[in-house]
Design a protein around this ligand. Structure first.
Ligand code: KG4
Ligand code: ZN
Length: 334
């Protein structure tokens, strides 16, 4: 009998549902929440309410698109942590109710582990052990993966995440939230060497982005004082220079991690892995250092339920199930 899993992702502001059969994704649906745009960031209370409205139609869409009936499911998976607690509660309560009604197992998934395992949704897949640079709106980590369910963080940010560095820089430039994709867009037209932003000196494999944010703030304040239209006139060059620095901070630590571990299988994951500058840099560095590199398809980089389903599949095979008393948490180690 084949293993069919319905997975639900509700850690932040997107409601996702996906169906997997024997390790293959059959459907992957998402409802984005536009309600936050006007506030320049995610409002947790509004996110929980929107999940409540979206979850039933998104799950229905995923099952329908997969051609799978509820009665044929083998397990229900949900994002247990980390994330906004109100958002996680909607997904976990829904998953528990469905598992209880269908009398099938429940699987709790760690969102950051799932971002890493998004690299296993399609071929080619990384060979173990591999390094994964996971860069999202809330996290920046270098993860050493020994097997699908055995991974550990060997470097992480001490303050802002890479996605936050993009989004906060965009905000300083007057761009709407989330600004990461917009910086990427304008950077394509700009000169990355035009302006120089500082690289922090952080020991080991850890990252820091808060100094960069401050440097950009002062740089803009100073220049706007002299030329009110500075931001608009030089938008492309500013975006390209910011992106170039964020990417070099990330890549320099990844090179260090590869040197220290001797690992040449290198993957990226998370929303910021959609960034064209980072993707290009990974390609260039891989040629230089003879790495095999892996980048998930765009829809599996940003938050999605397919990666939750993939992780749940490995947990199903390992018999790693959650009880109906499983509690979602805003923070948690792998
Ligand atoms: O993984 P994700 O979808 O959600 C979290 O778990 O946080 O990541 C969202 C982050 C946001 O900060 C967004 O600005 C950033 O990913 N992002 C990008 C790009 N696409 C998404 N940052 C830079 N360039 C992009 N193309
Ligand atoms: Zn995420």
């Amino acid at each position: 009998m084949s293993v069919k899993i319905l997975a639900i992702e509700s850690s932040c502001d997107d409601t996702g549902a996906a169906v997997l059969a024997d390790g293959k994704i059959l459907s992957n649906k998402i409802a984005n929440q536009s309600v936050h745009e006007q506030y320049g960031g995610v409002i947790p209370e509004l996110a929980s309410r929107a999940h409540q409205e979206n979850i039933v139609p998104v799950v229905d869409m995923a099952l329908k698109a997969a051609g799978v009936k509820k009665e044929d499911l083998s397990a229900i998976a949900f994002t247990q942590s980390p994330g906004l607690i109100g958002s996680l509660l909607v997904g976990s309560c829904f998953a528990k109710s469905m598992a209880l009604a269908l009398d099938i197992p429940l699987i709790g998934v760690h969102h950051m582990q799932a971002h890493v395992l998004a690299n296993f949704i399609e071929d080619p897949k990384p060979a173990f052990p591999f390094l994964c640079l996971t860069v999202s709106g809330g996290h920046t980590q270098i993860v050493l993966c020994e097997s699908p369910l055995n991974m550990r963080i060997i470097g992480e940010t001490l303050d802002d995440a890479a996605g936050e560095a993009f989004d906060k820089s965009a905000k300083l430039l007057g761009l709407p939230y989330p600004g990461g994709p917009l910086i990427d867009k304008y950077a394509r037209e700009g000169n990355p060497s035009r302006f120089k932003f500082p690289e922090p000196r952080i020991p080991g494999l850890d990252f820091s982005f808060s100094g960069l944010k401050t440097a950009i703030l002062y740089f803009l304040q100073e220049n706007v004082q002299q030329d009110a239209a500075f931001k608009e006139t030089h938008l492309a060059d500013i975006c390209a220079s910011i992106q170039d620095r964020i990417v070099s901070i990330l890549m320099n630590k990844l090179v260090k991690a590869a040197e220290e571990t001797g690992i040449r299988e290198v993957a990226i994951a998370g929303g910021v892995s959609a960034n064209s500058g980072l993707r290009k840099a990974l390609e260039t560095y891989s040629a230089r250092y003879q790495w095999n590199y892996y980048i998930p398809k765009f829809e599996y980089c940003t938050d999605n339920a397919a990666m939750i389903a993939m992780t749940a599949y490995y947990k199903y095979l390992a018999g790693d199930f959650a009880g109906l008393d499983a509690v979602p948490t805003a923070r948690a180690a792998f």
